[in-house]
Design a protein around this ligand. Structure first.
Ligand code: AMP
Ligand code: MG
Length: 301
């Protein structure tokens, strides 16, 4: 998935137990990457993208699970979370690692999630449109973290901190205090924090245009696409969401960048999630707003 993973397990656990847990965790991460990365031609998702318009493609049960969650997130976010944005993401060079603005006037099709036919019984997926292409980049990291969290819990790990390229999940309490304190990066000033989130056993995800972007005519375009317009979303510079599952946090933070701080609120309320949003005001200043809930607090430096 083009990112680094960090897994910290806290004592008391025997070294062999920690090692077995880490091996299981790494296997989960590699499996999700192997199945879902569109950068890999041999992943289930890449195979689906090549063949799905011709016939139903049999995929791993985990791909069915993520696609099913993605459909639920599409419904919950009024269509803002849409895994069929891949043609546009590709056209902007965000898949091959060379971001660039596509030629003006060229429209890239977003077929829409209504063109997906998921059959959980047969474990197949098909496309009803020849232009459908799916990209699980906005949700797969969260799903991978949920799998790792489950794997560690099965190995009786009661305190852990997991970080997968901006998506975070925790187990239990930290070794040195009752709550996890996690810094949220400033979307424009490298090395600075926007603030600190305090939370218990939960998951947190940040999305935005800080790391993956293109500047064209002085305007910044990030890697999250607004499915309504077919161009990069510009509502927020960054969105951070804290939710009970990492899959949920991952998809909601991506959708928040599309919808903005007000329109994402119903989805956060429906899932009991909290959010911290950074918007760029017309004068260029970053303006922060929050939507907090019980068990999550926010402090600015
Ligand atoms: P994240 O870092 O989780 O916000 O994911 C960003 C990635 O999600 C992008 O690089 C695309 O692969 C994918 N993506 C972009 N726009 C959308 C969207 N509107 N809905 C779902 N996935 C998207
Ligand atoms: Mg996401």
């Amino acid at each position: 998935m083009g990112t680094f993973a960090e897994i910290q397990i806290f004592a008391p656990v025997a070294p062999e137990q920690a090692r077995a847990a880490l091996i299981a965790a790494r296997a989960e991460l590699h499996a999700v990457d192997r199945l879902m990365a569109v950068q890999r031609p041999d992943s289930d998702v890449s195979r689906l993208n090549r063949e799905g318009a011709r016939h139903p493609v049999r995929v791993d049960v985990r791909v069915i699970e993520v696609l099913t969650s993605a459909m639920a997130m599409h419904a919950l976010t009024a269509g803002a979370f849409d895994v069929t944005v891949l043609p546009v993401v590709r056209a902007w060079g965000f898949i091959d690692g060379h971001p660039r603005a596509p030629d003006a006037g060229v429209r890239h099709a977003i077929a829409g999630t209504q063109t997906l036919r998921i059959d959980p019984g047969k474990r197949t997926v098909a496309f009803t449109d020849a232009s459908t292409q799916v990209d699980l980049g906005g949700i797969a990291k969260g799903y991978a973290l949920d799998r790792v969290r489950d794997a560690l819990c099965r190995h009786d790990i009661h305190s852990a901190f997991l970080d997968l390229g901006g998506s975070i999940a925790t187990i239990g309490h930290p070794p040195d205090g009752p709550h996890w304190r996690i810094g949220v990066k400033h979307p424009r000033r490298a090395g600075e924090l926007l603030g600190v989130i305090t939370m218990d056993d939960a998951a947190m995800s940040t999305s935005g245009d800080t790391e993956q972007f293109v500047i064209r005519d002085g305007q910044r375009f990030g890697h999250i696409i607004d499915p309504r317009t077919g161009i990069p979303a510009s509502a927020l510079a960054s969105a951070t969401v804290v939710a009970s599952s990492a899959t949920l946090a991952d998809a909601l933070s991506t959708a928040a960048v599309v919808l903005g701080e007000n329109d994402i609120r119903p989805a956060l309320a429906a899932t009991d999630a909290a959010g911290v949003f950074a918007a760029v005001a017309p004068d260029g200043v970053i303006r922060v707003s929050t939507s907090v809930r019980g068990g999550v607090s926010w402090a600015q430096p």
